[in-house]
Ligand binder design. Structure first.
Ligand code: C2E
Ligand code: CA
Ligand code: CA
Ligand code: CA
Length: 279
């Protein structure tokens, strides 16, 4: 009826208002988040499946807003991307992660690699490559210590510069990972066109490998294909010993997930790494 239609329309606009307001609040607060020291990094260990030792970590951003409380990156990264704030925030992430890990790399774990997520918008920053280079140099790191994770979104943004940027980074020995592999529509064609070093199989494929034969077969095929192309494979979202054993049997190289460790603060990871290297 007409009345019901009007009601649902009213309901719809109200929902939209709430969402739009939330977004506006996030935008407003995110502008000050860096200055107020509300952003910090956690580190999730990446484990070599054969030795079960930590060989690297992914830096993951956290925002504890004084006004709004803890906000998930799933919610604020898109806002940062949309407003362009990701350029400044991304620079903070690179600086902080590379400074922190360079101390460990230089004193006790030279082969450690730190993985950093890059958003599409960051590739439109003409200073991106120079910034990365100067952080790597000024913290005394080698290119091989750094791994940059990009998703299909970066490649879809269709900036001629992306290809050039990736080529320059690769020349410096920096690794490029394809993040969330399998979730997009064109993973395979991008794998063919860009010089990736690492393939990260998305958590949604790993979830059910111990109960779903089709999922296990897809993961197995992804690993074989990646190896055929000369890439290493990291399984994301590993939560059980059963998944770990299956992945090892399928020759997966590395794993990351709650089974090994949640994302943790830098000082906690440093303690774990020190114990690991002293054995
Ligand atoms: P991502 O790059 O795919 O990161 C992996 C996400 O999976 C992280 O969520 C991590 O905490 C979560 N995770 C890891 N192991 C497990 C597991 O065993 N089970 C489950 N259920 N989840 C697991 P988080 O930290 O909430 O980050 C979400 C997304 O936000 C990231 O997804 C990434 O796309 C984005 N993000 C985080 N930090 C940054 C950043 O510094 N820059 C950019 N551009 N994006 C970031
Ligand atoms: Ca990632
Ligand atoms: Ca991922
Ligand atoms: Ca399934």
């Amino acid at each position: 009826s007409k009345a019901a239609g009007r009601n649902s329309f009213h309901f719809y606009t109200q929902e939209m208002n709430i969402e739009a307001n939330r977004r506006l609040q996030l935008e407003e607060q995110l502008h000050n988040a860096l200055d107020r020291n509300e952003l910090r990094l956690l580190y999730q260990p990446v484990v070599d499946l054969k030795t079960r030792k930590i060989v690297g970590a992914e830096a993951l951003l956290r925002w504890d807003s004084k006004e709004l409380g803890a906000i998930s990156p799933e919610e604020f990264i898109p806002v940062a991307e949309h407003t362009g704030l990701i350029v400044e925030i991304g620079k903070f992430v690179l600086d902080d992660a590379l400074r922190t890990t360079s101390r460990w790399i230089k004193t006790f774990i030279p082969d450690f690699h730190i993985a950093i997520n890059l958003s599409p918008r960051q590739f439109r920053d003409p200073h991106l490559i120079d910034n990365i280079e100067s952080f790597v140099n000024s913290y005394g790191l080698e290119g091989r210590n750094l791994e940059l994770e990009i998703t299909e979104g970066v490649l879809m943004s269709q900036h001629a510069d992306v290809e050039e940027a990736i080529a320059k980074l690769t020349q410096k020995g920096i690794s490029i990972s394809m993040d969330d592999f399998g979730t997009g529509y064109s993973s395979l064609s991008y794998l063919r066109s860009y010089p990736f070093n690492i393939l990260k199989v998305d958590r949604s494929f790993i979830n059910d490998i111990s109960v779903d034969a089709a999922d296990l077969e897809l993961v197995n095929a992804s690993i074989d294909m990646a190896h055929g192309l000369g890439l290493k494979v990291i399984a994301e979202g590993v939560e059980t010993e059963e998944q770990t054993a299956l992945l090892l049997r399928k020759n997966c190289d590395m794993a990351q997930g709650y089974y090994f460790s949640k994302p943790i603060p830098a000082d906690e990871l440093e303690e774990i790494l020190k114990k690991q290297t002293s054995h």
